[in-house]
Write a protein of this length. Structure first.
Length: 646
């Protein structure tokens, strides 16, 4: 890019035809022509960040609160914040993605396939930050107000760190807003909190995987040969035993520890597949394998509870995998490969795996997609997978070097770390992926496939949970039993169940409306009494009352309106206990907001009940987790109202 700038006789990369189309789009979106009032800083930041996020998301990175995902989130938010400086209030970065793709598509054709997904994901992230901005601005304004009231004109570093860490609010924006109000930020305090958080993260890392690797360093020269692709049992030699993180010579009856074998049929947890379970038997001993993990590239450990006798280092043992559990796991694992392909066929090539869990009970598959799946899409995906199962495709594997495998079309998972030589798992002509897990020999062994849930786990990432084999039969049997119980309970045929349920729902709604009317009628006399006995300050009436517990909020709002109509001029403050929480409502007549702001009033007294809230000058609500202090909050509210009206 620098060479291009020199050849084109331009002062910077941003003036070349590699960036000008993006900057031209920014001119149009913001209505501010480059370089603008800041000398072009905002335009350049936005253009650079749009390009960065386009490539990052295309490569599989996703916005999140940790790791590279957090870096990506900050890139999007920083660019969005510069757009705000140029007067843009709504999501706009996503509209620059197609421009970037158009500039580089000849060199990076894969971007064209992901263009729509990148744009939508970026839009959702921008929209999310736009909403977060509202809540975080309120938090910052409260902190500024508190600093001004204290007379210190300094916001504590802890508060700004919370704003940054919890809401993702940029520090420089917080400084800018604070300075406008004549308040400074305790930067050293903020940096201390940042340092604490980093140390916490380091300690967490040191206490986890790092310690595990140090623990097994003493046997890193050894090797556990995995033979579980071809057999579920083997005669093996014990090469190491660990108990309570220490190497020992023997594991005795009743003790738990980790056994390392020179040859093992047990699959060590990895690639989303859980570790095998089973037994390790000696001449007069029996150990139950509860879990298996691959702790180093060449070491597999078996977590064992000794049921009988003892097992020693160098002893010859028999290792047997629980066949029923392994077969169930294999069915689920091969099904994830079929599911991955079906998702791409139905939703589009932008779908990429971003995580998985394969166990004997079920499979979980996380994938990139920007919106919930429609019932028809779920139905079609299920149909496709089950059709492939019935086709009984052969499932085979081969080892090749990584570059060759990818060139031949094998799908590699972004999160996984691969060596030079990889295992390619091929399912007929349907799927070809890099995978080290265990699988069925033919798709027919899966039996059946059923999706049991579909949900969102983060912006742009969906999760499907599914079952296979006998678990599907049990699922259908349970559904059938529920259906039979419903027909018996409702006294209707299976075909009429939906009609009857709809009728009952309508009936219930009518009864709820009727109950609401009865409750309102019951309150009429009380409301009349409250209005007659209202306190008066400077010709304004005040009604502060506690409503019965568990009265619906909708009814309390109506009660408030009725009281306000009855008093003409004044303030209404009501409280009630709702499902174990405190609920507060403040309402002010139209001629009072200059004296009493309902939102500020409710925010002040909500602190007493352990909560917060706010609202308009004439109406506000709040909640709290200390309902036992509700009466105290109402008393405090009455005092505040009287003071302000006087």
């Amino acid at each position: 890019e620098r060479m291009v700038a020199v050849l084109q006789g331009l002062p910077s990369n941003y003036d070349t035809d590699l960036f000008r189309p993006i900057i031209g789009e920014i001119n149009e979106l913001t209505g501010v022509t480059y370089p603008g009032p800041d000398g072009g800083v905002a335009h350049r930041v936005i253009a650079d960040h749009i390009r960065a996020l386009t490539f990052a998301i295309a490569d599989g990175a996703l916005p999140s609160n940790e790791g590279r995902g957090y870096v990506l989130r900050r890139i999007i938010r920083r660019a969005f914040r510069y757009g705000k400086k140029l007067g843009v209030e709504k999501p706009f970065l996503y509209r620059g993605v197609p421009i970037v793709v158009n500039i580089v598509k000849d060199f990076y054709p894969e971007l064209s396939h992901s263009k729509e997904n990148i744009s939508r994901l970026c839009y959702f992230e921008e929209e999310r930050f736009s909403q977060t901005l509202s809540a975080s601005i309120q938090y910052l304004e409260d902190a500024i107000e508190e600093a001004l009231e204290n007379g210190s004109k300094l916001i504590k570093g802890e508060k700004i760190f919370k704003l940054y860490y919890t809401f993702g609010f940029p520090l420089d924006l917080a400084m800018e807003i604070s300075q406008e109000k004549g308040v400074e930020i305790d930067i050293s305090g903020f940096e201390r909190e940042m340092l604490k958080q980093r140390e916490k993260g380091r300690e967490s890392w040191k206490g986890g995987e790092a310690n595990e690797k140090v623990k097994y360093k003493s046997i890193s020269h050894m090797k556990s040969e995995f033979v579980g692709y071809d057999t579920l049992s083997s005669t093996s030699k014990v090469i190491a035993i660990f108990k309570d993180s220490e190497m020992v010579d023997c594991l005795k009856e009743g003790e738990e520890g980790e056994i390392v074998l020179d040859i093992t049929p047990f699959y060590g947890e990895g690639g989303g597949q859980v570790g095998d379970r089973g037994i390790i038997e000696g001449k007069d001993s029996l150990g139950i394998v509860r879990d298996t993990k691959r702790v180093l590239d060449n070491i597999i450990v078996h977590h064992v509870k000794m049921e009988k006798g003892s097992i020693s280092v160098r002893e010859e043992v028999s290792a047997k995998v629980d066949e029923k559990m392994r077969r169930a796991t294999q069915r689920n694992h091969t099904a994830t490969h079929l599911l991955h392909r079906a998702l791409r066929d139905v939703l589009g090539p932008h779908v990429k795996q971003s995580g998985s869990l394969v166990s004997p009970e079920k499979l979980r598959f996380d994938f990139t997609h920007f919106s919930p799946l429609h019932p028809e899409e779920i139905k079609r995906i299920e149909e496709i997978v089950n059709e492939w199962i019935l086709e009984n495709f052969p499932v085979g594997s081969e080892f090749k070097d990584y570059d060759t495998a990818v060139k031949e079309g094998a799908i590699a998972i972004f999160e996984e770390k691969y060596g030079e030589t990889v295992r390619i798992l091929k399912v007929g002509d349907v799927s070809k992926e890099l995978c080290g897990g265990t699988h069925v020999r033919r798709t027919g062994e899966i039996g059946a496939f059923r999706i049991i849930s579909e949900s969102s786990i983060s912006a742009g990432v969906r999760r499907i949970e599914a079952i296979t084999g006998l678990a599907v039969v049990d699922y259908w049997r349970n559904e059938s039993r529920i259906l039979e119980n419903l027909t018996e309970e409702l006294k209707v045929s299976k075909d009429d169940i939906l009609k009857e349920v709809s009728h009952l729902k309508n009936l219930l709604k009518e009864k709820e409306r009727e109950l609401g009317r009865i409750k309102r009628m019951g309150f009429r006399n009380k409301i009349k009494e409250w209005i007659e006995n209202a306190e008066v300050v400077n010709d304004f009436k005040i009604v502060v009352k506690r409503v019965e517990d568990e009265v619906e909020k909708e009814i309390i709002r109506e009660i408030s309106d009725m009281i306000k109509d009855g008093i003409g001029r004044g303030v209404v403050l009501l409280g009630s206990r709702q499902k174990g929480r405190a609920y507060l409502l403040a309402s002010v007549t139209s001629d009072l907001p200059e004296k009493i702001h309902a939102g500020n009033l409710i925010k002040e007294i909500a602190k007493i009940v352990g909560g917060g809230g706010g609202g308009r000058p004439d109406f506000a609500e709040a909640g709290g987790n200390k309902p036992e202090l509700l009466d105290l909050a109402l008393e405090k509210g009455l005092e505040l109202i009287k003071v302000k009206l006087k």
